[in-house]
Design a protein around this ligand. Sequence first.
Ligand code: GAR
Length: 185
Amino acid sequence: MKNVAVLISGRGSNLKALIDAEQDAYRIALVVSNVEDAGGLAIARDAGIATFALAHKGYARADFDDIVDEHLRAHAIEAVALAGYMRILSPGFVARWSGRMINIHPSLLPLHKGLHTHERAIAAGDAEAGCSVHLVTAGLDEGPVLAQARVPILPNDSADTLAARVLVEEHRLYPRALADLVRTL
Ligand code: GAR
């Protein structure tokens, strides 16, 4: 059983999926947010999970990440799952968690890195969309892909309808990918 921290910035539906799927491979010991009123913090508290929330404004990126890192170490965290954490991480933080930090991204990487993935998949005329779990490395959304799930893009899809279809798959994929990673640590 590995202690995992989940880093969030928003509503936390992937956090909820990770909590609901918790089995013998990992235990979510800490939820961190850079947004003090992120909806996902309430999900964590309801589940009895420790939280640390601090607005990043006013901090140099590396200083903020050092504070987060202190909390991860205080909770004996062994792996980190980014779940809608909308902050670019400092190189030092990425290096410290190399091989032990994953992210879920709502596209079929290497397609559509960055933001507005669903709009871009539709605009590109892609036949399929999906989500990817990847190891976090220095380049944004560039680390090795560990797992993917695919959905069709339908003729009348908007970014919202496509996002909803992909999100269902995110919630299935992420717990499995996290469990697989921690078993290798
Ligand atoms: C998810 O769709 C996740 O893939 C995406 O943000 C959403 C967070 O939703 N992440 C990124 O775009 C990272 N670049 P959630 O807070 O409900 O899990």
